[in-house]
Design a protein around this ligand. Structure first.
Ligand SMILES: [Zn+2]
Length: 466
């Protein structure tokens, strides 16, 4: 079944129905120029911006009263490891930095992760993201213990069930501790198996059309746990399949030392050597770059997924967001895996982005609008999408609506700034491709309490390791 046929079966609209125009009317504020009276949505897209004092140019069949809402483009998550929701705040891993943290968790993940727990972890993380205002996700799924061959198919099914867009990011590990890497034997796959599955997943799920619900990217995990051959051949395959490429890079100083020791160069040099310094690529973290590397990355339009929460929890460092953007690199936001965050709340990550960047830059250089832009338009560029990330005519109707009803917002002046500064963390409504996928703070049809109970039960096995 093709991605488009699957989307149709699972509720995605691919054929035009009777004309239905919906006016999202009179929001408190909206992150779009010339839309003071809201937007009109038609056939899954933004049809019209309604300016101050104006009314829609053509009749509308439905009106949604947005007078309690602040409206922003649907948030886009560019880096995650959803399976890690099963090892949140794990006693074996807390209070450690990346390499020691991975060393503690790899054996536990490899031993216990199976298709059922993986499905629950995916469902839970997607639901959490959606409830925070996220409409498009990518999940860097690199762990394939025996029995998890259908991981990408499971994720496609779970995203479709919630009506969310997903970039299936087919990750990989193929270098164990014994071979000079840091993955454990139970979590790695043979290079040819990885490449064959990448090709299979792309053929089945990669929809290149405008408004796609499901796309595919290829993503060897990191320089320190995959082989050079896998990096090189994955890049060639991505060219052939017209897919994007993703990996972790320059997250820690330990990684810089690893590259010097094993490749006799720095991470960006290695990236160039294996054919990855191009605009098809977006990198997770991208922290430890010198000026010359920032310039090279920007010139080649390599994107960076900034993961502020994880970077603070693991004490990894501060991404040079402003220099990277000035050099030409798209910068987006990611929550990162749920054992180093340890939640999946993208709006909270936007707040953290503002805060950590103000430790690097002065307050005027990083504003709430920068944080929101990274979480929306910047993330869309990282995923190679021009059809989402902004509220403008012709773009996909992906919207996140927040109320300012909680105590934390009381007395707030600037509504858009309030989302970030007062700490919005739960959307009231989310629209994806013109359909309401979150209503009154919950996804219709999902029993959140039951999901919480089932996932918590599945996570117990990962704790018993202690
Ligand atoms: Zn990561």
């Amino acid at each position: 079944m093709t991605a488009q046929a699957f989307a149709q079966m699972s509720g995605g609209r691919t054929t035009p129905g009777p004309k239905m125009r919906t006016w999202i009317k009179d929001p408190i504020a909206i992150l779009a120029d010339g839309a003071a009276r809201g937007v009109v949505v038609e056939d899954g897209r933004i049809a019209e911006l309604v300016g101050p004092g104006a009314a829609p140019a053509a009749p509308v069949q439905r009106t949604f009263d947005a007078s309690r809402h602040v409206v922003v483009p649907g948030l886009i998550n560019t880096h995650h490891h959803m399976f890690q929701t099963l090892t949140r705040a794990h006693p074996a891993a807390i209070n450690k930095e990346l390499f020691a943290w991975l060393e503690a968790l790899f054996p536990i993940w490899s031993k216990h992760l199976g298709p059922e727990s993986f499905r629950l972890a995916t469902r839970l993380a997607l639901t959490e993201l959606l409830m925070s205002g996220c409409t498009t996700v990518s999940d860097h799924q690199y762990l394939y213990p025996p029995g998890l061959d259908a991981a990408m198919d499971i994720q496609a099914e779970e995203a479709a069930a919630l009506g969310m867009r997903i970039t299936l990011t087919r990750g990989a590990l193929n270098l164990t501790v014994e071979e000079g890497g840091n993955a454990v034997a139970g979590s790695v796959q043979d290079t040819d198996v990885i490449l064959a599955d990448c090709e299979r997943v792309a053929a089945r799920w990669h929809d290149r059309s405008d408004g796609a619900m499901t796309q595919v990217a290829f993503a060897p995990c990191a320089p320190f746990n995959v082989t050079r051959r896998l990096m090189v051949e994955t890049a060639a395959l991505a060219e052939r399949c017209d897919c994007r490429l993703h990996t972790h890079l320059a997250e820690t100083r330990d990684e810089i030392d690893y590259c010097r020791e094993h490749f006799n160069c720095r991470p960006v040099d290695y990236l160039e050597e294996v054919g990855w310094l191009n605009e098809r690529v977006w990198l997770a973290h991208g922290i430890h770059f010198n000026d010359e590397e920032v310039f090279r990355l920007g010139r080649r339009r390599v994107g960076v997924s900034h993961c502020p929460t994880s970077n603070m929890v693991l004490a990894s460092g501060q991404c040079r967001t402003r220099e990277l953007e000035a050099a030409g690199s798209p910068v987006g936001l990611g929550v990162d895996g749920s054992a180093s965050n340890d939640n999946s709340n993208l709006m909270e990550a936007a707040r953290h982005a503002l805060m950590i960047n103000r430790l690097t830059y002065d307050a005027a250089r990083v504003t709430h609008l920068d944080a929101l832009r990274w979480a929306t338009a910047g993330s869309a560029r990282c995923l190679g999408r021009s059809d989402i990330g902004v509220i403008a005519p012709g773009k996909q109707a992906d919207l996140a609506l927040y109320t300012l009803d909680e105590l934390r917002f009381s007395g707030a002046g600037d509504p858009l700034a309030a989302l970030i500064l007062c700490g919005a963390h739960a959307a009231d409504r989310v629209m994806i491709k013109g359909e309401w996928r979150l209503v009154d703070g919950a996804p219709p049809g999902v029993d959140v309490a039951r999901l919480r109970a089932a996932h918590g039960q599945a996570a117990l096995a990962f704790l018993r390791e202690m």
